[in-house]
Design a binder for this molecule. Sequence first.
Ligand code: ASP
Ligand code: MG
Length: 594
Amino acid sequence: MSLIVQKFGGSSVADTQKILAAARKAIRAAKEGHKVVMVVSAMGKTTDGLIALAKQITDRPSTREMDMLMATGEQVTISLMAIALESLGYQAVSYTGTQIGILTDDAHTKARIRSISTETMRKSLNEGKIVIAAGFQGVSDDGAITTLGRGGSDTTAVALAAALAADACEIFTDVDGVYSTDPRLVPEARQMDRISYDEMLELASLGAGVMHSRSIEFAKKYNVPVVVRNSGSDAPGTWIVATPESKTSSVCGAAIAKKEARVTVVGVPDRPGVAMTLFTKIAEAKVATDMIVQNISTDGKTDISFTVLEDDLPLTVDIAKEVVAAIGAKGVETDTGVAKISVVGLGMEHQSGVAQRMFRALADKEINISMITTSEIKISALVSQDQGADALRAVHEAFALQVRPDDAQGPVVLSKETKLSPDKLEGEYLSRLTGMEDIIIESVSLDNAQARVTLNNLPDTSGIASSVFERIAKDKIVVDMIVQSVGRNGRANISFTVSREQLPQTLTIAGELAKNFRSDAPLHNPKVSKIVVRGTGLRSHTGLASRIFRILSSENINVTIISTSERSINIMVNENDSQKACDLLKKEFAKEIL
Ligand code: ASP
Ligand code: MG
């Protein structure tokens, strides 16, 4: 018999009518022959209201008591849902996180799940009951109620689906599914029939907002098919599964992070350990950094730029200034009013010219790019905030994201594509349930086939990146990593890597470009190596990047370029150091490697 988990978010249980409607959805699934576990959030904006109450008393309530308080929201919904089901003639039973046995660590208000016991739920399901579980909450070793972070009910739902080896996890919400971009900014945005875990992870962490990103990590790790659907309709929604919707498209979605600020630490001595000091200090203050770019140094000095949320800027600047004094750098420069535009797609891994298409779209609208970073399945460009929406629209159109790809796979047909007999799998699943949310490192690998080219002092005007990469693509040169960093005095610096065989050819073109733009003669390093740390949960487990820096700097290995994505951290080092760096990281992550 199949089992599905249905999660209803706050807006889908906002009043008793909606609770009844949700109950009917569960009954319908039960009548179709599924065992059903419901996971519910607090009604409407209840959690916000509870937080506001505590804030009326103090600005700094203890996190233990905040968890105690917030968890009440979900407890209201589970009981009402059970009452609704019983009133409709169905047997149901509600459970809190503690009653189920959702064990977490003790990081109150942002706890991580360690294990889930399935016994209680199994027993009730086998008695023919619909099980209703409180989302968002768990219990720590010492019996204190914990919560998983705002929006955490998604994570509860997917985690229960994983623990029960469910056939699918349905996320009912107030939108029809996952869109190619924010439909409020780009009305042409298309609702996708399916999207891959990796793509969804990138989009979720880029602020696409539909789902808690930790829930997608769970789904990926345990291969749970997830579907995001509208609780107010019967539309099929968007499936989040292992494979992408289209095998031929390079990009599936675009996202904008509107309120970003850029920080540049200028004149940083280029020696191992400096980046580590900076980012460790920032991580300790719990500020999330993004788009980290370190320039190739000139005269032993380099600039390090990164972005943070605008709200975090004052704190970040304070920290950066302290670090500047400690490491003997020159100063800190900031730029508020920037927005980050990103495109995401599994397909870009095997296609060239994707970055260039994005840069061209922005150039055609005369939008200047101040920073670029790329990773295997994501390209991000920093633009000015007032051009953000235009930039998003331009990029969405350039990749024709409003058009359904010809080879698009439709929604998943449950019985056909998903696991058929979950019960058989349970033994294996249960043995994997300890440390459910631990980071998983799949591999640490070394790519010794790359060379780096740097163009310094390019004019910082719109269209530069586009001209550079169009010219390079014309000669069929395949570019791997691209970074553009903010230069001084209105100049920009671009570095990129190519294969070592294509270096001579690339240098000829780079020389031409430098002449045309009257920039500095190109610099290069014929033997750089890329180390790729791949895994799941790399970004939500903060501090991983600083751990990598710490290890490498302890052995005096200098990192020249870093780029991070949801599934890998890529670092560029000199070839001489590369084997050692790779071995060190393998040793460091030995415990976490699958
Ligand atoms: N009620 C919690 C919140 O508002 C959890 C959730 O809705 O997912 O964040
Ligand atoms: Mg929610």
